[in-house]
Design a protein around this ligand. Sequence first.
Ligand SMILES: Cc1ncc(COP(=O)(O)O)c(C=O)c1O
Length: 435
Amino acid sequence: MPSLTKDRLETFDVTEARKQFPALSTPQIYFDNAGGSQVLKPVIDSITSYLSGSNVQLGASYKVAREATRRYEEGYEAAARFVGAEMDEIVIGPSTTLLFANLAQTLHFPPDSELILSTLDHEANISPWIRLAHSQNLTIKWWSPSPSPSPSSSPTTTNPTLTTTSLLPLLSPLTALVACTHTSNILGTIHDIRALATSIHRTAPTALFCVDGVALAPHRAVNVKALGVDFYAWSWYKVYGPHLATLYASPRARSRMASLGHFFHRGEDLRTKIGLAAGSYELIGGVGEVVRWFEGGEGGKEGVFEGIARHEEGLQGVLLGYLNGRGDVRVLGEREPGRGARVPVVSFVVEGRGSRGVVEKIEERSAYACRWGHFYSKRLVDDVLGIEGRQGEEGEGVGKWEGEGVVRVSMVFYNTEEEIRGFVKVLDEVLAEQP
Ligand SMILES: Cc1ncc(COP(=O)(O)O)c(C=O)c1O
């Protein structure tokens, strides 16, 4: 197991950061953060105070309504600032899944258009586009690291990555949309979205580029303008905030979107087009607190994320060092811990062992919360990684026909070296036992 050197750890004050999260004072150790992170105290306080003192309808002229509107607008402004966007370019909604689904309803592409969809994605950025293709009779081209043209190819790799090399042969003048993930919620590998955007805009200038930023946003500063994307979404409940999500749309993309709003709502901003009054007001105020927490740290948002990336590199290095050293473990995604290549979402399968059994054994003997499954990236798990699972039983909470997928250990900046070293010890004991 590699030792974590002092200087790598000292770049981020994890003890100080943990004080901001009330949930971390309980015995549970949170390694399911890619599912959802714990919430910053200022967010919790903001929600409480909104509901206690300004829970009225927005837009009215009386005093409390003005205060409610101010808090709501500030939340919106902060959400836009978080990714370097303008307020009229974003919409806040309950989930990324819903925002992408609403988005797809607003687009209409010419006949014969082609949609390029990645097989590495969470289904949230796939199924709306499939529905759109079916309803408008468009062609779907699957973008998979495998040479096969269909997503049901045989397993090819443990570290599938989306690259310009695999994208270029799919692009054509008929390409209307390319959809892919910034970071897979299973593999943790970071894709070079800037390079992909450049290729798309050069080869298919009218094509829109839709990126799922959900698994990256808790770990890295994002600037949507610098990335050159048309759509970008992330979920605040994985970024230390409330259960909300945000979608960005570039000006050119927005001009091509129809509106789902009422006929008398004529605005061209994204909120009017697909907001549908769906972002709960008390939570939107809380989003502002997440952003202010990042901005208030040393070096501002960029400085804080830089410190986080260094700290997380150390954490994932401990786990990957252990897993890479075992002959019976298949690490999925980038095997090296470099922060340029991956975020601390580490998934693996153990030869001869079901992922569910491994997680249950961990839970039996410790307070570690990690998880097994496909995490809605089912095409990736089944078709690209080719992971077999046993048939699930009814009532297991994951559906009758699920396999067991992978074991996923997903860390964030508030996890400590001590926690991950303790996890490795528990995992080592579990793997030493007979299944
Ligand atoms: C990579 C990725 N994309 C999209 C989603 C969907 O996000 P939401 O739950 O906000 O719909 C998730 C949720 O787990 C995710 O991990």
